[in-house]
Design a protein around this ligand. Sequence first.
Ligand code: GLP
Length: 241
Amino acid sequence: SPEFRVFPTAEATAEAVAAYLAEQLASTPAMRLGLATGNTFVPIYAALVELYKAGGFSFARTESFNLDEYIGLPPGHPASFAAYMQQHLFSQVDLPEGRGHLPGVLGDVAAACTAYEAAISAGGGIDLQLLGIGRNGHIGFNEPGSAFDSRAREVALTASTREANKGDFPPGESVPPAAVTMGIGTILEARQIVLVAIGASKIEALDAAFRQAPSPDCPASALQAHPNVIVFADSAAIPNG
Ligand code: GLP
């Protein structure tokens, strides 16, 4: 079962995650990082950039792979995860140009997925995978029902996920119905997983993920089979305090 690190506030949780990542990057400069997006990671990347500016570690030898990306947005769309990563991390640190990867969503998506899996394994896999958690227990965009051995692929987004992410889009624009995500099987191959959950809207998802028997109804419950998971949470997200 995972190690839980619980903090009184969202801010304290974000700072703890950033400090943990800074420590890992300082000790393993060539780390291959799996990155996540979502509101949860905005203050985490902000805190990580502050620590980076203070010195002591670098992204110069790092390579990163994001979990997922929407299909069908014009390149550079502000709600794309590529734009999110540029804004919150890539433009602010010394990660070399071209070392921050996101799944391909243009042209032949199935071929892009195969290429993404190959790029991840070619360099020896992912050392540390960051994960948020959806209100329905999704990880990446692996919605309920995703197989625990699934690989990178095109997925349809649920109505609840599209509703939850509406706020990232300009008024009047709808959330794309499809995305590419690393599979649950891809995620489980990372050597270490750091999952972050903030706020009361994540209570049920955390409960289903770690306190119930694993089931495809809660994709995050697949993590119970992983030997090296740390869950960073604020106390508001923890079932029964
Ligand atoms: C998003 C992402 C997930 C993220 C989750 C929760 O749609 N695809 O990777 O973990 O939903 O997002 P948030 O942190 O905004 O609650």
